[in-house]
Structures are given as structure tokens and as C-alpha cells.
Design a protein around this ligand. Sequence first.
Ligand code: SF4
Length: 209
Amino acid sequence: MQVFEIFRSIQGETSRAGLPMWFVRLAGCDLACTYCDTPAARDPAAGREVSVADVAVAVSASALPWVAITGGEPLLQAAEVNALVAALAAQGRGVLVETSGAHPIDVLDPRAVRIVDVKTPGSGMADRMHWRNLDLVAERDEVKFVLTGREDYEWARGLVSRRRLAARTTVLFGSAAPCLEPRTLAEWILADALPVRLNFQVHKMLGLR
Ligand code: SF4
């Protein structure tokens, strides 16, 4: 598989924010979000070929119980990602797969927890969404919105309501820096009593990648 980097950090997002875990960042992404904070990983050529077995060995260097497979876009390497999920599950580790939402998530090994972005108008990539993913998400998965401002917030709020997302899965609302302050987003969520979780980038507060 094409690997950009493998490192340990604190999970900054999702309902598992604060947990120490391994990150396997894959190279290559077919989107170009306005707020992308890992642009170097979008180029498939920026990665190096590493076998699934060698990635599994690399994360054996520490007993951390969780591994996040991120990108780039992991689903561009779905077969290799599924082989890695199987290898990590055999090690007794939990696996998060973070995906842009632009590709069908039902190809993933069901042992993976799927963290599915919903690309908003402000991302510039809303027209690339694979909308059926919103029917496929299960209770153990999580749906993540990165919001660039009030217009995105209202769009996301409407979608969460229409698709009854919060009744079916964990919904995360985060802010795209520097477009929207997390405090402002928190106030909007409180004012509307939205059943969503504020997705705060803990790792960035700590100066970690
Ligand atoms: S999907 Fe992720 S990696 Fe790809 S361009 Fe958007 S933010 Fe960057």
C-alpha cells in the first residue's frame, strides 16, 4: 500500500478524542477540499510502497490498542485497507478508517469503525459526495462535518434533521480553521440544542500532528 507516514499521536477528533493511538496515513486523495490540512498526502506519489504485513509489524512496536487509518483517502486502496484491518484485528486492535465520504463505505471490512466525512458547500467538494453512504452508516460509525461558516452550519443542520442522522449514528460538527471559531460553533450548537458532538481538534491544541 502507498503509505505517507506512520506515527503515534493523540486522537484529536471523533468520539475517541484524547485516546493515544497509531495513525497510518495513506497517500493519495482525489478531492481538493478548501481547508485540507494534509495537502502533501494528496499526491499518491508522495507515499512509499509498504506491504500490509510491514505496516502491521510497524504498529506492533507499541501496544496501543487503536489504529486510525487515514489519508489522503483510504478507500482509494480499499483492498489493502481491508487486509490491514484484518491483520490489526488479529492483533486484537480496534481500527478507525477515516474517509472523505466520496466513495462507497460498504466495501470496508465490517470490523472497521467508519468515520465518514460529509463534504459541505464550503469544502468545495459537496458535489463529490457518495450520498448513499448516509444510508449505510451504522450506530458504531461516525459522521463528521467540517464547517467553514454559518452557511455550512445551516446546511449541515438541515441535513442532520432530514436524514435523521443523530438517531442512527454519532454526528460530529467541527470548525475549519481559521474560517470558523470553535467557540462560535459551540454557541450555535447550544442555541439550537443540536444532538451533535463538537469535534474539537485536541491534537492541534497540543501541538501534535
Ligand atoms: S478529503 Fe481529506 S485529504 Fe482529501 S482533500 Fe479533503 S481534507 Fe484533504
